[in-house]
Design a protein around this ligand. Structure first.
Ligand code: 4AD
Ligand code: MG
Length: 468
């Protein structure tokens, strides 16, 4: 490789013993400084890897007197030669020739050497990205983002960008954030002006909201492109203050024409396994860090996931398992009742011990678009439950029969006229089709062992929290 003089070198690429003898220039932030009698050690991190580059600055360097004053958190540019490290803990280090402090951080920089609680770090989301844990989290998140697109692109899926603002409630659960230009305080808005009570026009002339899912639009695309996916932000105004719910989260939603529930399950399992394998390959050091510091046994768990088949049980079987469990659940169990998180976790963690699809739920507890099974009581739904997190995927085969869909929507009091286009898909070239939504943030929790969704989302939005 040519010597890098003008551009910067990425630290991750320098840590390999193969770079010994290279001259390099790095730009980054100081994690720690130790000053001895004749030299100063700086640990420099540029976000490219968990490991820092150890920089050794000899007291004989011109301008050395500044270096012992460089604080943790300072931004620096360092040039020098990569040499074999004499110390333990790293294979290589940089023998500095020039050290420039771009800005010396104030001494109260909050991320000092000691370990901080995640709750405290959430309050400093503008700085927590410079810690080991959050560096690892967001590198893995980045790798997953890439692998998701790669997975679908390699298989010929077309990516659609579903709208963020929409008039339809794809889940029919009424958990939408309103989008409006009407000012409820002053009773007027723009454009259009007027006031809500006085009949003024809102921007779209009708009720609009932030999307809860791109599924309905993905179904449209699937009827033209066969296999499609949407991967974008989705929003839910659920007031649930749990470790697994965010008001804004990302969802990956594949939708496939000419595909039934079994095909849907196969894709979901293959997809999850591919993301896990790809993440382990791209982010080995970060994943080893999670195994050591966050969830002991994580790597074994993921190896087992790759090596074994996911389980499938029907909702009816799941309820029977819960009833026979002898567990003292907080929420009641019974056919027709929705599974609560404690039930999901019992099934996948204690009873089955691996990722489990629960299929064929009672129609009353699932969304209007799911295909009615021949028993007339259940729908072709599939939730994927995983140990530690619970539900990470919700999906189904869709109701492709116009009459059955109309009947179901009427039963659920969904205004048919607002979904005229959704119904028309069933009139012109309708086809059995299926899809699912994988919660990107929940998947990241599962793959890293991070136990709170607030710690895998860059800037989490939850009830009462919209800072940063
Ligand atoms: O099960 P859900 O509600 O399914 C749908 O929205 C379907 N329209 C998807 C489809 O078939 N195309 O949500 C799908 C997944 C959940 O399994 C969960 O992983 C995640 O989205 N999810 C949330 N993640 C974080 N915070 C929330 N509030 C979430 N709500 C759902
Ligand atoms: Mg769900």
């Amino acid at each position: 490789m040519a010597e890098a003089k003008s551009g910067r070198d990425i630290i991750r690429g320098l840590l390999d013993p193969a770079s010994i003898g290279r001259r390099a220039r790095v730009e980054g932030w100081v994690r720690t400084r130790r000053t001895g009698k004749d030299f100063t050690f700086l640990e420099v991190n540029d976000g490219s890897s968990l490991a820092n580059l150890q920089v050794v600055a000899d007291a004989s360097l011109p301008g050395y007197s500044e270096i012992p004053h460089i604080t943790t958190g300072s931004s620096v540019i360092v040039s020098g030669t990569i040499v074999e490290s004499q110390g333990k803990g790293q294979a290589v280090e940089m023998q500095a020739e020039v050290v420039t402090a771009v800005q010396t951080a104030a001494p109260d920089f909050p991320l000092q050497k000691k370990r901080h609680g995640f709750e405290f770090l959430r309050e400093i989301s503008h700085l927590r990205v410079r810690s080991n844990t959050f560096g690892a989290v967001f590198r893995v998140r980045n790798a997953m983002f890439f692998i998701v697109h790669e997975y679908f692109q390699k298989r010929g899926f077309i990516c659609l960008q579903a709208p963020v603002i929409t008039a339809s409630d794809a889940e029919g659960a009424g958990e939408m954030f309103r989008v409006t230009t009407l000012d409820s305080e002053r009773g007027s808005g723009s454009p259009g002006g007027g006031d809500g009570a006085g009949g003024g026009e809102d921007f779209f002339g009708r009720k609009a909201s932030l999307t809860v899912s791109g599924q309905l639009e993905a179904e449209i695309f699937a009827h033209a492109f066969h296999d499609v996916y949407s991967f974008g932000p989705t929003f839910r105004a659920e007031n649930s203050n749990t470790s697994r719910h965010a008001a804004e989260f990302w969802m990956i939603e594949p939708e496939m024409a000419f595909c039934d529930l079994a095909g849907n399950r196969r894709l979901a399992e293959d997809f999850i396994k591919t993301i896990v394998a790809g993440t382990l390959e791209r982010c080995g050091a970060d994943m080893a860090f999670f195994d050591q510091r966050i969830e002991p046994g994580l790597l074994d768990k993921l190896d087992r996931l790759l090596a074994s088949d996911f389980e499938t049980v029907t909702y009816t079987e799941a309820v029977a398992m819960l009833e026979a469990s002898g567990e003292n659940f907080e929420y009641p169990v019974g056919w027709g009742l929705d599974l609560q998180s404690e039930h999901e976790r019992y099934l996948t963690e204690k009873k089955i011990g691996r990722p489990t699809f629960v299929i064929d739920y009672p129609k009353e507890i699932k969304a209007f678009y799911m295909r009615l099974n021949d028993d007339g009581r259940t729908v072709a739904a599939m939730d994927l439950l995983v140990p530690g997190v619970g539900e990470i995927i919700g999906g189904s085969q869709r109701e492709e029969r116009e009459d059955a869909l109309r009947a179901r929507m009427a039963e659920m009091q969904i205004p048919l006229d607002e979904y005229w286009w959704y119904l028309e898909l069933r009139k012109y070239g309708s086809v059995p089709h299926s899809g699912f939504g994988l919660g990107f943030d929940r998947a990241l929790m599962y793959f890293t062992g991070m136990s709170n969704i607030r710690d895998v989302v860059p800037f989490p939005r939850t009830p009462g929290h919209v800072e940063f």
